[in-house]
Design a protein around this ligand. Structure first.
Ligand code: GDP
Length: 362
């Protein structure tokens, strides 16, 4: 039962991701089986059923909610007769559309090449299969000959490009350090907004700072973090920064790219962890966000859980969420509910700076 629900949630997110990437999603298909079929992932029968759905709807792409082995992807394509891609390809697509900084772009390109490398052989094979059909005499035939030489060349070129990108990324690190050091010298406390994609982070940032940040009803509207300067009621300044949204099952090749953008969270004085109160499974989202924050050494930073979209949560839902996190603040970036309370909470957690204490010695 839980597995079914989990698969449905994951599929829902995949659909949202695909739409963010610019696709329109026509249908979804869930296959329950103890293990993926090694040949076609879905199993022959289900793959054929999918092929019929594809033909009926006139779809041009199938997206699998998993990482497919190159051979599975090819076998599925043979059955459904349209392009088959996987979840990672979709996320990479979105990353590449939205990466803005030089470092972000380099990280994304590196992730793309890492993803491409093990798949070269598969593409090479199907390419030479098409090109040299008359000479193909056996299963492994297509992978030999000129096709393989070209792949070897491509592979070498990709490796050297990757090495270059890694160097570039390393060279960015000091700049980041300098920025951090600078901020520390200015002693401006920093507040970072983290949370799942589509939880309403940039809407909330807008509410909190009245900054004109782009808000899109799309995942990854804010791939690059946005920093705003703001001021607490008592006059203390602090920065408020939005971070890249989390996604379920982030492919491991993307973890580095994702993490590099989250690194600044490790230097934050306060983390506002935004959770979509209308999401079907907030508990697992909260757990994932906390796991990753732990990985970037942000575990010990004071955290405020903010259940956003409170306007969509009825009394029962609130009770449930309250049970999950008694200390959470309910907010709505849309209606403004709870925003004052959140600001007060942030203010109460800002470190006390520059307070001079006179010690009287009797
Ligand atoms: P982000 O990806 O976390 O930055 O999320 P966005 O700020 O882009 O918001 C995602 C979607 O949720 C947008 O369509 C927003 O209009 C919507 N949204 C954000 N906050 C609220 C809220 O408090 N209530 C409702 N009903 N929708 C919201």
């Amino acid at each position: 039962q839980g597995a079914q629900e989990d698969a449905e949630n994951s599929l829902r997110e995949l659909a949202a991701l695909a739409e963010t990437a610019g696709a329109s999603v026509l249908d979804g298909l869930l296959q329950r089986r103890p293990h993926p079929d090694p040949a076609t992932y879905l199993g022959r029968g289900k793959a054929e059923e999918l092929g019929m759905i594809v033909a009926n709807l006139g779809a041009d792409t199938v997206i699998a909610d998993t990482e497919l082995a190159p051979s599975q992807r090819r076998a599925l394509e043979d059955v459904v007769k349209v392009k088959v891609i996987d979840r990672t390809a979709v996320i990479l697509d979105i990353f590449s559309q939205h990466a803005k900084t030089r470092e972000g772009k380099a990280q994304v390109e590196l992730a793309q090449l890492e993803y491409l490398l093990p798949r070269l052989r598969g593409w090479g094979e199907s390419m030479s299969r098409q090109a040299g059909g008359q000479t193909a005499g056996g299963a492994g035939m297509g992978s030999r000959g000129p096709g393989e030489t070209k792949i070897e060349l491509d592979r070498r070129r990709i490796h050297s490009r990757m090495a270059k990108l890694r160097k570039q990324i390393q060279s960015f690190a000091p700049a980041r350090e300098a920025k951090r050091a600078n901020r520390k010298r200015n002693v401006i406390p920093s507040v970072v907004i983290a949370g799942y994609t589509n939880a309403g982070k940039s809407s909330l940032l807008n509410r909190l700072t009245r900054a004109g940040v782009l808000v899109e009803n799309a995942l990854f509207a804010t791939l690059d973090s946005t920093v705003r300067k703001t001021r607490a009621e008592d006059g203390r300044r602090y920065t408020l920064a939005d971070t890249v949204g989390f996604v379920r099952n982030l492919p491991h090749q993307l973890v580095e790219a994702f993490r590099s953008t989250l690194e600044e969270a490790a230097d934050a004085d306060v983390i506002v962890h935004v959770v979509d109160a209308s999401h079907p499974d907030p508990a697992s989202q909260i757990a994932t966000v906390r796991d990753v924050l732990g990985e970037v050494d942000a575990r010990d930073i004071p955290e405020i859980v903010a259940f956003n979209k409170a306007d969509l949560a009825d009394a029962d839902a609130r009770l449930l969420l309250r049970g999950l996190h008694p200390d959470a603040v309910f907010v709505s970036a849309r209606t403004g509910e709870g925003v004052e309370e959140l600001l007060e909470r942030i203010q109460s957690l800002l470190p006390d700076l520059g307070t001079e204490v006179d010690v009287l010695v009797p």
